[in-house]
Design a protein around this ligand. Structure first.
Ligand code: FES
Length: 195
């Protein structure tokens, strides 16, 4: 019976506490006010006005800036160098076999003179003969395929398609990158030669 009385007392006590908590005024805490609009407005005031259309990614809070800004000027006006047609790729490599002239190249170390179309690289022409000529990138970006034109400056005899390795002096000494060299006239080539 004593236990029942104690349990009843505890139950009543808890009920009173819950009722008091329900009607209390609390701590006065409430969620913070959303001030994001105010911040955006303040930032907008600090961004200078421009006379040109804003690029899409220069919206407030989205980054962007000078690197992405459209140059000043009249709407639709092209700036210097802008909108110019890309120079056409009109090297001998664009010629069809019917259009391409044929020249005679003496491969000195191989001991043969062969006919090569001007739309074919020296390396390809040599490989077509079955010669195991050196190469790596086949894009004019190393010197693995290097050779030397014995008759004079390389660019008097070949057109290079985008070679990036030989400087003016080396070209002047007759060095060529056979993987990107298209012959323009007859000459003697020493393969496996690099500056
Ligand atoms: S193979 Fe690399 S430049 Fe010719």
């Amino acid at each position: 019976m004593a236990i029942s009385t104690l349990g009843l007392a505890i139950g009543v006590g808890l009920t009173v506490l819950v009722v008091l908590a329900h009607f209390s005024t609390g701590t006065g805490w409430g969620p913070a006010q959303d001030i994001s609009d105010q911040i955006l407005e303040r930032r907008a005031e600090t961004v200078p006005e421009t006379e040109f259309p804003e690029p899409m990614n220069r919206a407030i809070g989205a980054g962007g800036g000078a690197a992405t800004a459209v140059p000043a000027g009249e709407a639709g006006e092209l700036q210097e160098g802008e909108g110019e047609a890309v120079e056409e790729d009109d090297g001998p490599w664009t010629l069809s076999d019917d259009e391409a002239e044929t020249v005679e190249i003496e491969f000195a170390k191989e001991g043969e003179t062969i006919e090569v179309k001007e739309n074919e690289t020296l390396l390809d022409a040599g490989e077509d003969e079955g010669w195991d000529l050196p190469y790596a990138c086949r894009q004019g970006q190393c010197v693995s395929c290097g050779g030397r034109i014995a008759d004079g400056p390389a660019e008097d005899f070949v057109v290079h398609d985008d070679q990036e390795m030989l400087d003016e002096d080396e070209l002047g000494d007759g060095y060529t990158l056979t993987c990107v060299a298209y012959p323009q006239s007859d000459f003697t080539l020493e393969t496996r030669e690099t500056p």
